[in-house]
Write a protein that binds this ligand. Structure first.
Ligand code: HEC
Length: 254
């Protein structure tokens, strides 16, 4: 059971991603610059392995909420769905951080918030001017937003985190992929099935997020665990990767 849990942790990583480039492929010109490439990028040494030292208690969430509403919600939206007014025209659009923070490890989030989009050619600003505790407070707050355990602020607009909205976006993306002939209808359905199983697992097992394996290894392990638990078949697990890659190559993942 424990092993299953650790395997499934990988899933978290999968679900928010596009194609699966080789390690370090986030470098310009290698494997594109989509969300999947960012999620699978090698974390710089001075951030790799960091874990959140700040307990997600009421005081931290209160600080996180003020910091987030002041500095982040204009782009990422009050609910962390990536739909703030200042983000709409950006390419890539701001990440749905309430969602992706459920899947990504502490070190990844701390790195990305500290350094911003430099290195990925995105408009995400870096926040090293805020002290470390503040950056961790915001990570606590993002995860609480996605878990639905805090009420979003109402400063900037944007939807509260909502699984239905996330699912509708995915359905739209898959319909577009079928329409463009990138994948078949059967592949779209298989993708949704595996993706949903992964996401459910991730949310139920937040402890897997910080497992030391890299994102690609975690992904492999998670799929194997789902197969072992008979939540999905081996064929579906193998197919998921391929479909993921096709969607990424076609630029259908933001
Ligand atoms: C000017 C708009 C803007 C502001 C302000 C902004 N962001 Fe972002 N952010 C982005 C964009 C665009 C992306 C997607 C591209 C990327 O990952 O570099 C992003 C990505 C991220 C990611 C990576 C998520 C993932 O799944 O890879 C995190 C975490 C994040 N932002 C947190 C924050 C926090 C916390 C703040 C406030 C302190 C903030 N952002 C302020 C635009 C913004």
């Amino acid at each position: 059971m424990k092993r299953l849990a650790s395997v499934l942790a990988l899933l978290l990583f999968l679900s928010a991603c596009g194609p699966q480039p080789a390690e370090n492929s986030a470098a310009p010109g290698m494997g594109g610059n989509g969300m999947m490439a960012r999620h699978h990028a090698k974390i710089p040494e001075n951030y790799a392995g960091l874990t959140n030292p700040v307990t997600s208690d009421e005081a931290s969430l209160e600080r996180g909420k003020t910091l987030y509403t002041t500095n982040c919600a204009s782009c990422h939206g009050d609910g962390g769905m990536g739909d703030g007014p200042a983000g709409a025209a950006l390419d890539p659009v701001p990440a749905a951080v309430a969602h992706t923070s459920q899947m990504m490890a502490d070190d990844y989030l701390f790195w990305r918030i500290s350094e911003g989009g430099a290195g990925f050619s995105t408009t995400m600003p870096g926040w090293k001017a805020l002290d470390e505790q503040s950056r961790w407070d915001m990570i606590n707050y993002l995860r609480a937003l996605g878990a639905g355990t805090v009420t979003p602020g109402q400063g900037m607009g944007g939807a509260a985190y909502d699984h239905e909205i996330q699912a509708a976006r995915q359905a739209e993306m898959l319909a577009e992929a079928v329409k463009q002939g990138v994948i078949s209808q059967d592949e779209a359905e298989a993708f949704k099935l595996v993706h949903d199983a992964l996401e459910k697992y991730q949310i139920e097992h937040p402890e897997i997020r910080n497992s030391s394996a890299n994102a690609t290894e975690r992904e492999t392990a998670a799929l194997a665990a789902l197969v072992e638990a008979k939540a999905i078949t081996q064929v579906q697990a193998d197919g998921f990767r391929e479909i993921h890659d096709k969607l990424g190559t076609a630029g259908l993942m933001p």
